[in-house]
Every structure is written in C-alpha cells, then in structure tokens.
Design a protein around this ligand. Structure first.
Ligand code: HEM
Length: 355
C-alpha cells in the first residue's frame, strides 16, 4: 500500500515537476536564434567534412550514457593538473568534434551571453548532424544545464567485444527497450573505428588461427589491408562499408552479410535476442528512423540537471567557477552517486535496478 502510494506520489507530483525543466523551444524567448545558430555552424562544418555526424553522435552518447550525471556536457571539460576530466577517460580518448561545439558556443555567447548550455548545444548539434547526413529529424527538448563535475573515474562504457546480453542489460538499466538499443547502435551507420577495436577479428580470432567465422572472408581481407597499411599507427575504417556517410539502415544490411566491423555490430545480427530487430530494421528504414529518434530523445533526457545542480558555462571546456569541482582523487574512487543533485529520472531510469 505504502509502495503504491509512493509510486503515485512520484508519478503525479515529482515527475511532472522534474520534466517541466526540458521543453521544445526552451530558448524561443531568451535566445530566439539559438537553434539556427547551432544549425548553421554544423552545416558549415558538414559542408567540408561529411564525417562529423559520427563524431557528434558518439560524443552525445558518451556524455549522456556514460558520464557522471548524464547529458551535462561533462565530457567537454578540459583536464587540469588538479582535475583530470571525463575527456581523458579511455573510452573518450578518441571522441571528436569538440571544436564544433566550441564554435557554436562562441557564436551564441556573442548573441545571448550565458544563456544556452553546452549540454543543449551537443544535443542540438547532434540532431542537426543526423539530419544533414540524411537521417530523421526529431524534436530536441532543451533546458539542460551544464554539470559542475567531470570525473574520468565514473566513465563506464562497454568495449566492442561485450556480449549482446550485457549491452541490452546496460540499456535496460537506463530504461531502454532491446529494440531501442538496437536502433541506437544503428548510429554505427556513420563514422569510423580504429583498427585496434576489431583487429583481432581479422586473423587468429580468439586463438583459433583464423579470422572470425562471423566475418565475411573477403571483407576480412579488405580490412586486413587497411589495417596493415603503414600510413598510421592505428588506421581507421568506416563502420558501415555500404553507405559510410549516410544516415540510413545500410548498417543492418551490412551485418546481415557478415560485414559488421565491430564484434558487437556483428553479434547483434546473430544473437537470437536481437537478430529479429536487425532484419526488421534492414528492411524497414522508416521504423528504424522512428525508433532511433525515440531512442535519441530518451538518451537526451538522461540525468538532466536542474537549477541547483548546474550552470550555463561561458566556455564549454571549463567550469565558470573552477573551484566548484573538488579534486578528483586517484584511481579506484567510487562513482559519484549524484547526491546533492536533483535529476530528471522518469521515464528514463525509473526502473533502474538500483546500482
Ligand atoms: C554500447 C554499445 C557500443 C559499443 C561497444 C560501441 C563501441 C564503439 C567503438 C569501439 C567505436 C570506435 C571508436 C574509435 O575508433 O575511436 C565506436 C564508434 C562510434 N560509435 Fe559506438 N558503441 C556503442 C554504442 C553506440 C551508440 C548507442 C551510439 C550512438 C547513439 C554510438 C555511436 C558511435 C559513432 C557515431 C561512432 C563513430 C565515431 C567517429 O566517427 O568518430 N555507439 N563505437
């Protein structure tokens, strides 16, 4: 009875209050040009570099899903001697696109100083980049604040050889369905990967002496040539070899032909819990785009900070008041438990299993 009462209290009272913070067009009066300024910066960059959607999508995912609080732009903070930041956590070392956020921020500060948060810029810029690459257009609610902490110790993301069951569990812990998880991984329809993330698949996979059986043989040979080239220490290749820069459902078709680059990409097509979604998205581009859009909206609502726990940074790479962050101690530090921060939690992580 008591539990039921608490649930009702949360549902009817706390939830609406919390969700009131984020809304479409949050800046329509305070900075009416905010969204067009961000779009123009992204468009300008995209016109000279068609790969930027990959960089921004990964930045958005890592900030919202893996950082200290959620979508709080903690990933943008530059490290100092006293405080290493999330940017320096190993899964984030190859995240790219920071200069796009800087450029948008500089332009916004000229027009409406201290108004538009860096967390909102990431969310808007990512959506715009997806649209420019031919992907779905979806409404990005705004009103996020920028976090006051950035701690590399709390960044927790699975590697590319993680089992499908673990990926689904991690997404479920944050309120995503398996179908949404598979759609979000469809972001690998753009962007690239370093060879070091999949090289073991190309020969002597798991000490078998041969390439991964789940990879098409001639594809493995192509990738071996790329990865063996001496042009770079750790060469890169597109994640979707069908239409590398287009935001479409080709990623799923590629994996159905054993042409998934990362082990996890290929595993989605073979694991019984996800194979159905992969073949469905491979033949139904429209439903992929709808499910992906819904997933992105959910992702953008994770751990959003309210007034008391955040700020609007003037420079996305530094806190307004550097002293707000207590020094990050050495390794082994426990993840921050968000005490003292109010967070939007429903519907995104209301059903978390408590850890
Ligand atoms: C949880 C499962 C996931 C794993 C294990 C994973 C792993 C990886 C790895 C290893 C790379 C290559 C990074 C590099 O070479 O620097 C990569 C790239 C990428 N990931 Fe994921 N990823 C996952 C989920 C996602 C999701 C949910 C999104 C977006 C919503 C995403 C977006 C991207 C993009 C766009 C790239 C290309 C980055 C670029 O071009 O710079 N990933 N991912």
């Amino acid at each position: 009875m008591r539990t039921k009462f608490s649930f009702l209290l949360i549902f009817f009272f706390i939830v609406p209050l919390a969700l009131a913070e984020l809304k479409p067009g949050f800046y329509s009066t305070s900075c009416s040009k905010a969204e067009s300024i961000v779009f123009n910066v992204v468009q300008r960059r995209f016109s000279t570099d068609k790969t930027i959607p990959g960089g921004l999508l990964r930045m958005f995912f890592h900030d919202c899903f893996a950082g200290s609080a959620g979508c709080d732009a903690a990933i943008l903070i530059d490290s100092t001697d006293a405080n290493p930041s999330e940017k320096d956590a190993s899964p984030n070392l190859t995240v790219r696109g920071y200069e796009i956020i800087d450029e948008a921020k500089q332009e916004l500060e000229k027009v409406c100083p201290s108004t538009v948060s860096c967390a909102d810029i990431i969310a808007l810029a990512t959506r715009d980049a997806v649209v420019l690459a031919g992907g779905p257009n979806f409404t990005v609610s705004t009103g996020r604040l920028d976090g006051l902490r950035s701690n590399p110790e709390v960044v927790d993301l699975p590697g590319p050889t993680v089992p499908v069951s673990e990926v689904l569990q991690r997404f479920a812990n944050k309120g995503f369905t398996p179908k949404e998880a598979v759609a979000l991984l469809g972001a690998h329809t753009v962007g690239f990967s370093r060879c070091s993330f999949f090289q073991e698949r190309l020969s002597n996979f798991r000490a078998t002496g041969v390439a991964d059986n789940d990879m098409d043989q001639s594809f493995a040979e192509d990738l071996s040539r790329t990865c063996g080239s001496s042009s770079s220490e750790d060469p890169t290749t597109f994640l979707d070899h069908g239409t590398p820069n287009a935001f479409d459902n080709q990623y799923y078709n590629q994996t159905m032909f054993k042409r998934g680059v990362l082990k996890i990409d290929q595993a989605l097509a073979t694991d019984t819990s996800t194979a159905g979604f992969v073949s469905h998205f491979a033949s139904d581009q429209a439903d992929f785009q709808v499910t992906f859009s819904n997933g992105m909206v959910k992702l953008g609502g994770l751990g959003v900070l309210d007034n008391s726990a955040g700020e609007v940074r003037q420079n996305c790479r530094a806190f307004n008041r550097p002293s707000t962050q207590p020094p990050n101690k050495g390794r082994g530090q426990k993840p921050k438990d968000n005490k003292g921060r109010k967070q939007l939690s429903f519907p995104f992580n209301m059903f978390q299993n408590g850890n």
